[in-house]
Design a protein around this ligand. Structure first.
Ligand SMILES: [Zn+2]
Length: 261
């Protein structure tokens, strides 16, 4: 573990201890994964067993009541890699953990054409249209991850609208059900991009900054906490309890303290 992640974990432990003492209102924590390589299938299974045992598992677009006696957690996957179908789906089914997969519709059946978000995903392949259509709809929900996985803040309004509209149309054509949630590639977004997503008919859009989501919160943008099958049990437990929710506050403070050049 690097020094930086060591410091983050230490703050998370303190944050977690403080939260338990002060008994704050119930919050929803949305976890996001990318690939689940075969070598990590067992570790992922252990994480899902832990979730089933300890958490109230809901969908990432859940707006109803939340449990007060357990963490409220949603499980999501970005990039729709085949390894998720092969190595994560069996554990999700075994433990009855529902999940949502965000699909980049321009790369179906191919290796990612974009710069990878995590270094271990180089050999990953995006599921084919047939594989996505065959996912069990009672367990796996589908959302958009755009068409070509771009940095959305770098695109014009028209280009963003095309990424949002075409990916939605492709998935609705494939699955015959409404697609109205989307995860931002690289988490890259700003107020303009969120507004364009809303205009394109998306109810919820997901970032990659940890956020404690309150019961009944209907804001379009929802934060998520990065999870990895390789997370040690203690770290994973902290993540499910929202112990990294302080991170966006810390980075906005850092931005405010840093003089503008
Ligand atoms: Zn992605």
């Amino acid at each position: 573990m690097s020094l930086k992640s060591g410091v983050k974990s230490a703050i998370a432990v303190a944050w977690d201890a403080g939260s338990r003492l002060s008994r704050p209102a119930p919050k929803l924590t949305i976890l996001y994964y990318h690939a689940v390589p075969a070598a990590q299938a067992a570790a992922f299974d252990t994480q899902m067993a832990y979730l089933k045992r300890t958490a109230n598992i809901v969908a990432p677009d859940h707006t109803g009541p939340l449990a007060i006696d357990r963490p409220n957690v949603a499980v999501t996957f970005d990039d729709a890699f085949r390894s998720v179908r092969e190595n994560a789906l069996p554990a999700l089914a075994r433990h009855g953990v529902p999940a949502t997969i965000y699909v980049p519709t321009g790369n179906l059946g191919r290796q990612p054409g974009w710069r990878m978000e995590t270094s271990g995903d180089r050999d990953e392949v995006v599921m084919t249209a047939e594989e996505i259509a065959a996912l069990p709809s009672d367990l796996i929900a589908i959302g958009s991850h755009t068409v070509s996985h771009p940095h959305l803040t770098k695109l014009s309004d028209e280009e963003v609208g095309e990424q949002f509209g075409a990916s939605r149309a492709a998935l609705e054509g494939l699955l015959g059900r409404t697609i109205d949630t989307l995860a931002f590639p690289y988490g890259d977004h700003d107020a303009r991009v969120v507004e364009l997503a809303r205009q394109a008919g998306y109810r919820f859009v997901y970032t990659v900054a940890p956020q404690a989501i309150a019961a009944g919160d209907t804001a379009t943008s929802r934060g998520r906490t990065g999870a990895d099958p390789g997370d040690a049990p203690g770290l994973f437990a902290l993540k499910t309890r929202g112990a990294f929710d302080w991170m966006p506050m810390a980075s906005s403070l850092k931005r405010r303290l840093r003089p503008r050049s």
